[in-house]
Design a protein around this ligand. Structure first.
Ligand code: NAD
Length: 404
């Protein structure tokens, strides 16, 4: 009798992966694209997609069946058949969507566990095994699954497009028969993934771009995109942890930073703010006084709105006028570019499934940093220490969200 080569003989976990229609208001993304379905089916997993789950992203059911998926008529049907449930932002999807999630399920998506620890507790109590892909460690091996980066890229791009459409100014310099129009001045605060994409997009539109970040290491990246680095050399405002994240500043440091940035803000036609500190309320970088000093018609897009915002006066999900300045509390901008955002997200999530299922049973007790980093709940309990800490802490102001 012939034997299989060792790698083919290794047991492989075959999964039934379910994709539901996202119930959250304004959520137009879907957790699988036809291409990501193809990748899962090629690895011999079964994929069940709820009818019309991809329609808002531009993918009718037929595109999924052509890719090898099976269509289910309802969320309940998906939950009944699937062992792995992929979602976009499950925690906000509403209780109705997750009625029926239980101990037979593995749930994975952008669950915002540090922002919504109570929802994690509820999900844990269902008995489901829960992976929050937004807790993925920022290591090279995890890059193909990095949902935060893929969605931040889309949001950074769209922030500039929204700003350009609201601004009374043209972005590029234009020379015409009667003279020259100077380029718009765009300031980007926070130059992580979203900020760098905002810089690149504003540059492509021809704007004169400046950018600032507390992490001095990004200076080179800002300059390589053709933007000016705003050097606040005398203002310490927190540091950087081993993963490359900002660690947050104290109040005195932030006050110095706000003051030093005010002149830059006042000279800008457009400000895009993207500054985040993981697990904390986002820092206020743009004060009410700085907004008051801006030129009439100036536009601010606050991408940190869902984490409390980087500007005094930001209201998440709303556009407000402060004097003659327009302040957009951008909420879930990636969902406004649903096809390409879902294309990237779908591949990230499929790569995660392929990773956890690559050999034998899914091993929740192994030392794989990707699984250990993202595992939030199992066997009825919240197992992630940071999320458990937030649940134990009395009303953590640091994880508060602005209401829309
Ligand atoms: P983020 O969304 O947490 O924060 C956005 C930016 O805000 C960061 O650049 C941060 O330094 C900045 N910020 C915080 N407080 C600020 C303040 N007071 N003033 C000005 N700026 C402030 O960050 P992110 O975009 O997710 O990326 C953070 C880091 O992770 C970057 O170094 C990035 O290159 C790195 N990264 C690594 C990988 C990987 O290796 N797989 C993947 C993605 C990102």
């Amino acid at each position: 009798m012939s034997t299989l080569p060792a790698d083919e003989a290794a047991p492989r976990t075959k999964l039934t992966v379910g994709i539901v229609d996202e119930a959250r208001d304004g959520e137009r993304r879907v957790a699988a694209s036809p291409a990501s379905v193809r990748a899962l089916v090629a690895a011999e997993h079964t994929v069940i997609v709820q009818s019309n789950a991809g329609i808002a992203a531009g993918w009718p059911d037929k595109e999924y069946t052509d890719a090898g998926a099976v269509i289910a008529g309802s969320t309940a049907e998906v939950l009944k058949q699937a062992s792995v449930l992929l979602c976009v932002r499950g925690s906000g999807a509403g209780a109705a969507t997750w009625t029926g999630v239980g101990s037979s399920h593995i749930l994975a998506g952008l669950l915002d566990p540090l922002g919504e620890p109570a929802t994690m507790k509820k999900l844990a109590q269902s008995g489901a095994t829960v992976f929050a892909i937004d807790l993925l460690p920022r290591i090279t091996r995890a890059q193909p699954m990095d949902v935060l980066s893929s969605q931040a890229t889309v949001a950074g791009y769209k922030a500039v497009i929204v700003a350009a459409s609201l601004s009374p100014r043209l972005f590029p310099m234009l020379t015409y028969a009667a003279g020259t129009i100077p380029p718009a001045k765009v300031l980007v605060l926070g130059a992580g993934v979203a900020g760098l994409q905002a810089i690149a997009t504003a540059r492509r539109l021809g704007a004169n771009v400046s950018a600032y970040d507390v992490r001095a290491a990004v200076r080179e990246q800002i300059e390589s995109l053709g933007a000016r680095f705003v050097d606040l050399a005398d203002v310490a405002a927190g540091g950087e942890d081993a993963s490359g994240y900002a660690t947050g500043a104290d109040e005195a440091e932030l006050a110095r930073q706000q003051e030093a940035l005010a002149a830059e803000i006042g000279g800008s036609d457009v400000v895009v703010t993207t500054a985040l500190v993981p697990g904390q309320r986002s820092p206020i970088l743009v004060t009410a006084a700085a907004i008051k000093a801006m030129k009439p018609g100036s536009v601010i897009i606050d991408l940190a709105a869902e984490r409390g915002g980087n500007c005094e006066g930001t209201v998440a999900g709303k556009t407000v006028e402060i004097g003659a300045v327009i302040l957009v509390g951008a909420e879930n901008l990636a969902a406004t570019v649903p096809q390409d955002a879902s294309q990237m997200l779908g591949r990230n999530l499929a790569n995660f499934v392929l990773h956890i299922a690559k050999e034998g049973d899914i091993n929740l007790d192994g030392d794989d940093p990707i699984m250990q980093g993202t595992l939030v709940a199992r066997d009825g309990k919240v197992v992630n220490e940071r999320v458990a800490g937030l649940l134990d802490a009395p009303a953590p102001a640091s994880s508060s969200k602005a209401s829309s």
